[in-house]
Design a protein around this ligand. Structure first.
Ligand code: G1P
Ligand code: ZN
Length: 539
């Protein structure tokens, strides 16, 4: 019954930090998805009889690839495949299921916040037994396998019905279709004080961006927390996300932003991305940067039952602002600065060194799963608002008055010609040693380096993770190239200005960052080398 089909290696199947992400048309090539999935299965040790979790964000191709993956898992000898009903599982819910059900790993089908549809993006990530993204040694082994693989095995049978809850048998494998929301919602209910949120009188607007968090938010916010029906907007997952980028930032979640800045704004606004791991937080009349959100959540997490005992430590990615560092210092706990990408947090979480982690790219999470978690951040904010009776604006203002404020913005230059991007980064690296002491307007460079990280849990070293230029007084600019784009290069420039407590805490971010933005251009020669006069996206 098991059918082996010869296939040819696709040498470009290189999984990056978020798995394999390509255009749908590429995934539609004969055997492309199968080849990658088989390469994953080939490097999973002891899969005989083991449990595998499969689900995705509902984008175009989701069902088709899940159908194949289930039949391939049966051919590979997995004992049990747990699939989200309708093929739906948010990334954090998949992480939770892997952990809860003791699975050996999971396939998560998503291209995160990238658009979906026949001409857009698709992706496959492999998560390991701790529920987190596969570490580099695993993705490297998967890649190596894709270059030599010459067949894949698939169980020949019609696709299993993934819309009906319950178990079916496929060869020796049990396929179990589960409610994608139930165990995730139960986990949230254990971490947060749903009673307090329910009786807080808060008003909420949540934008699911026609992506995977729709069913999760509807169940948790509307059914369990009692927010009025309709508080979850765009709550039905669509294959093309309604033609939008399911990216919860001020550009793509503009409608939510406008609502939150309008006179009739609710108390709290939030959005999540394609696969549910990112979050956007906006209070009435105030946007909270992800870096600030991490710091404010860390400072107040003890108000939620799941964190009542305090935090073990905090981790942030290098380009994330240093706001969280100040909270860690005040709490007397360690703060780790890691390279970009969630997987670096996994080791720290597994080792019990940190409880909360976050990235400037709208990813925040904790040791409850091994992925960032959009709805988790939303619920922690709601728990804090309910417990304190304060508004988002009050929480933010009081936070800055105590710790100072890290004004922050990220400028993205998208679709830059790869050679130009490489020349820019290469030039920067060459000039690093000459930067200290140089002045740009009122800013003087204190230090400059190419970020390298030694993982304290296993001693592994990741180098060339981005160029940091630190100015005297705690302001900073960071340059790095995106590792997740699907066309050309994306240059990310992270601007940060620190204003100590007692300083200008209520100023306009663009104005406060203008001098640093000008310095960034001088330092990296952005206009000259890319021909761009302005970033494509500012977040
Ligand atoms: C981006 C974000 C990064 C995040 C990653 C996966 O990566 O910047 O923080 O971990 O997506 O969601 P980048 O494109 O910058 O390499
Ligand atoms: Zn995502």
């Amino acid at each position: 019954m098991i059918h082996a089909v010869a296939t040819r290696p696709f040498a470009d199947q290189k999984p990056g930090t978020s798995g394999l992400r390509k255009k749908v048309k590429i995934f539609q090539q004969p055997h492309y998805a199968e080849n990658f999935i088989q390469s994953v299965f080939d490097v999973v040790p002891e899969k005989e009889g083991a449990t595998l979790v499969i689900g995705g964000d509902g984008r175009f191709l989701n069902r088709e690839v899940i159908g194949k993956a289930i039949r391939m898992a049966a051919a590979a000898g997995f004992g049990r495949v747990i699939v989200g009903q309708g093929g739906i599982l948010s990334t954090p819910a998949a992480s939770n299921l892997i952990r809860e059900r003791g699975a050996i790993g999971g396939l998560v089908l998503s291209a995160s916040h990238n658009p979906g549809g026949p001409d857009e993006d698709f992706g496959i990530k492999y998560n390991v037994g701790n529920g987190g993204p596969a570490p580099e040694k695993v993705t490297a082994a998967i890649y190596a396998r894709t270059t030599e693989i010459d067949h894949f095995a698939i169980f020949e049978a019609p696709d299993v019905d993934i819309d009906t809850l319950g178990e079916t048998q496929l060869a020796d494998t049990i396929v179990e279709v589960v409610d994608p929301v139930a165990s995730y919602a139960a986990l949230m209910e254990r971490l947060f004080d749903f009673g307090a949120i329910r009786s807080s009188g808060l008003s909420v607007a949540f934008d699911a961006m026609s992506a995977v968090t729709g069913p999760y938010a509807t169940e948790i916010l509307e059914r369990r927390l009692g927010f009025a029906p309709g508080r979850v907007r765009n709550g039905t997952p669509l294959e093309d996300f309604g033609g939008h980028h399911p990216d919860p930032n001020l550009v793509h979640a503009r409608a939510l932003y406008d609502l939150m800045m309008s006179p009739g704004a609710p108390d709290f606004g939030a959005a999540s991305d394609g696969d549910g791991d990112r979050n956007l937080i906006i209070g009435r009349g105030i946007f909270i940067t992800p870096s600030d959100s991490l710091a404010m959540l860390a400072a107040n997490a003890h108000l939620a039952p799941g964190y009542a005992e305090g935090l073990k430590g905090i981790a942030r990615s290098m380009p994330t602002s240093a706001a969280a560092d100040r909270v860690a210092a005040a709490l007397g706990i360690p703060c780790y600065e890691t390279p970009t990408g969630w997987k670096f947090f996994g080791n720290l979480l597994d080792a019990g060194r940190v409880t909360i982690c976050g990235e400037e790219s709208a990813g925040t999470g904790s040791d409850h799963v091994r992925e960032k978690d959009g709805l988790w951040a939303v619920l922690l904010w709601l728990n804090i608002l309910a417990a304190t009776g304060k508004s988002v604006k009050q929480i933010a203002t009081e936070h800055w008055a105590r710790f100072g404020r890290n004004y922050y913005a990220r400028h993205d230059y998208e679709g830059v010609e790869s050679n130009a991007a490489d020349a820019l980064m290469g030039g920067l690296r060459d000039r690093l040693a000459q930067l200290p002491g140089q002045a740009f307007g009122t800013l003087t460079v204190e230090a400059a380096d190419d970020f390298a990280y030694e993982d304290p849990t296993d001693g592994s070293i990741s180098s060339q993770q981005g160029v940091r230029v630190l100015f005297q007084g705690g302001s900073r600019v960071v340059f790095r190239l995106s590792g997740t784009g699907t066309s050309g290069a994306t240059l990310r420039v992270y601007l940060e200005r620190y204003e100590p407590a007692g300083g200008r805490l209520d100023a306009d971010t663009t104005e406060m960052l203008a001098e640093i933005a000008a310095a960034a251009d001088q330092i990296a020669q952005i206009r000259k080398l890319t021909g761009r006069t302005a970033p494509d996206v500012v977040t």
